[in-house]
Ligand binder design. Structure first.
Ligand code: SF4
Length: 215
């Protein structure tokens, strides 16, 4: 039996999007950066209401930086040792995991499903694709900013002062590998950015437009 040959009817739409893990669960975000309690509901609700499934991609920072509190970045990252083993391992881990996600995408496509897009967090040094600083340089830049001690984990300061200064034109360690592999296999899946620090209404409208969904 070849993929896509099985004929069956049930209630599935056969349509889905892929999504960065923290869009569905902001608890996964880098410490100090979570701007919603749990789910970005403005993005999720219209997609769910349209009967489109959501595949949550892995958070490579949690996997590669020691866990949800990113202890390796918090305590081990040293500008004098930019070639530490775990730092060098990170892009390799991202590439391996990107391949696994694309394998899963390919399985869906070959089985007759439609993937409307990959919605990714574009200011992340991991999931970003066009608007981010690369790892580990981004963290060295943050160290050089001279952030006051009492502001290091202050959300308002992080979100409104630190993150806008990190806006750049680099590619994230995971997002770029994912994009390259989707292109290499010619899967034709659009990549749809989400900028958490940008005006939310405009971001949501553009994302839904990119997916050809109406509110
Ligand atoms: S690495 Fe990706 S999934 Fe994890 S918090 Fe950053 S943007 Fe979200």
């Amino acid at each position: 039996m070849l993929k896509g040959e099985l004929q069956y009817t049930d209630k599935r739409s056969r349509k889905m999007v892929y999504m960065s893990r923290c869009i569905l669960n902001c608890n996964a975000k880098f410490p100090g950066c979570a701007d919603v309690p749990g789910v970005y509901t403005e993005i999720i609700h219209p997609i769910a209401k349209a009967g489109i499934g959501i595949e949550q991609m892995p958070c490579l920072e949690i996997m590669g930086w020691g866990g949800v509190d990113r202890p390796l970045v918090m305590h081990e990252l040293d500008p004098k040792k930019p070639n530490a083993d775990w730092v060098q391992e990170y892009p390799k881990l991202c590439k391996r995991e990107a391949f696994k996600v694309v394998d899963q995408m390919q399985d869906y496509l070959e089985s007759g499903f439609e993937i409307l897009g990959v919605i990714y967090v574009d200011d992340s040094p991991t999931c970003g694709l066009t608007k981010t600083q690369v790892f580990p340089d981004v963290h060295f830049q943050i160290m050089e900013m001279g952030i006051p001690e009492d502001k290091i984990f202050d959300f308002e300061y992080t979100f409104n002062v630190v993150l806008p200064q990190l806006d750049a034109s680099g590619e994230g360690a995971f997002g770029y590998q994912l994009y390259l592999e989707v292109e290499r296999r010619n899967l034709g899946i659009p990549f749809v950015p989400f900028g958490p620090t940008k005006p939310r209404d405009e971001e949501v409208k553009r994302i839904l437009d990119d997916l050809s969904l109406v509110l």
